[in-house]
Ligand binder design. Sequence first.
Ligand code: NAD
Ligand code: TDX
Length: 378
Amino acid sequence: MTYLITGGAGFIGSNFVKYMLATHPDAKLIVYDALTYAGNLGTLAEELKNPRVTFVKGDICDRDMTEKVFSDYEIEYVVNFAAESHVDRSIENPQLFLQVNVLGTQNLLDTAKKYWTTGKDENNYPIWREGVKYLQVSTDEVYGSLGEEGFFTETTPLDPRSPYSAAKAGGDLIVRAYGETYRMPVNITRCSNNYGPYHFPEKLIPLIIRNILAGKQLPVYGDGSNVRDWLYVEDHCKAIDAVLHRGRLDEVYNIGGHNEEKNIEIVRLVIKTIREIMEKEPKYREVLKKKEITADGTIDISWINDDLISFVKDRQGHDQRYAIDPTKISEELGWLPETTFDEGIVKTIYWYLDNQQWVEEVTSGDYMKYYEQMYHNR
Ligand code: NAD
Ligand code: TDX
């Protein structure tokens, strides 16, 4: 089977590539990625040595390039991770988000339709090749924001609030339109907040880890009471695998593990965990940028505490709470999250402590400029 993994050099896409190689011995993977600031081929250095993986640099909005990929390879599945993914950036540049997340999605669908259909039936519907499927990786943010109670189900009306989530909702609607109008075999998955290895440090958890290690303040938007529903990235990959291979056509599946936390609690937990690791395993203190030596000759870590937290100006239109009801995917496909948050967060922090070079690489370009601009007047 040949899979086109668009956005495969980003956070979740690269984890999916690693997961598929490890679990599907027959899978051939075409990784198609524009390598924006969020895409990094270093993440796939090992995988790119594998003859089952081919990398193609290209934009999902570029029709010539998407056609070339479909004509060069016999693609059976498309998993579309490619998107502009950061809410704060969408507030600064909404048009780019519409361009990629809506029009890029439509271009991919249309290219697939051209290469996956063999003619028309008596009612003018395209005749689709056997066994092909397009899966759109979407987000719980398309449902909007919850109050204290309740969960998003697949029938919750779409109510996006940010340019990012509005653009993702637009992408979802055009996928659905291709499903209905052309009977294209499609699925949409809507997942809650992911965390884990290779998460770009503009997002909350890796940003907090990076700032602690650099001895910098930890910016918490507003009063820190906003709630996100966190899922370990590998569990998301397993859910996508289940929907891709066993999901009913045209269906939407929500993905989440009932793990809601307030942002402030996440930040406190990351501080506490890093401090504990450094107490238990002093070798990790070497990773700190701020190295003050105490009287007993060790690197000081007493400053790694909640005083690092800095409450800053809130995100505009900040969604208060997300929470997914995963009953459908659990009951229909038997998917359940396997990594608890307590395990996952410790694994993630160790990964960042052990992979500082990756962090240096991905933050060496425009990241610092972005950071200064985004946070200087908060
Ligand atoms: P990411 O920003 O880390 O990665 C996005 C990848 O897409 C990058 O490799 C980037 O180079 C590539 N890309 C961007 N524009 C492109 C274009 N025009 N053409 C080709 N490639 C392009 O994002 P992520 O966190 O890995 O998210 C992946 C997908 O999952 C997105 O569609 C996002 O909306 C969705 N999602 C993310 C989360 C989350 O918590 N991160 C949760 C639910 C859904
Ligand atoms: O510096 C920060 N301080 C802070 O308080 C950052 C970067 C974030 N936050 C808050 C905002 C959110 O309430 O933390 C929460 C998480 O923020 P992000 O990591 O930016 O994620 P979020 O906005 O929830 O969106 C993420 O989850 C859903 C992904 O970026 C999306 O791609 C995905 O669809």
